[in-house]
Design a binder for this molecule. Sequence first.
Ligand code: CO
Length: 132
Amino acid sequence: VIGRLNHIAIAVPDLDAAAAAYRDVLGVDVSEPTPLPEHGVTVRFVDLPNTRIELLQPLGEDSPIASFLERSGAGGLHHVCFEVKDVVAARDALKAAGARPLGEPKLGAHGKPVLFLHPGDLSGVLVELEQA
Ligand code: CO
């Protein structure tokens, strides 16, 4: 059911500071900030040979990562995203296997259907499924 690791999302309180750290400490290229108001985040991308890291900063009043940052102020791992062929088929298979989907599939930050799974079933990490 699960395919490639598409991205790792890291919530940060200060996007520019995070980008500077990734650039200066790890020596990687970081994209310019991209605001995604409909998803409540501003994102900067780090492209690696085998996956992508997304640095997320809250944007607007109802950001889905605001409460996460209230709990872990320095930032941290917010979610990992795996590719699936068909998000509805994956939902049904994973639900039957004991995972708890969070809501219904919807259009994600990359314009593709996504679904999130409850972190309580997956070692405390929020999992995103993205239709490839
Ligand atoms: Co994501």
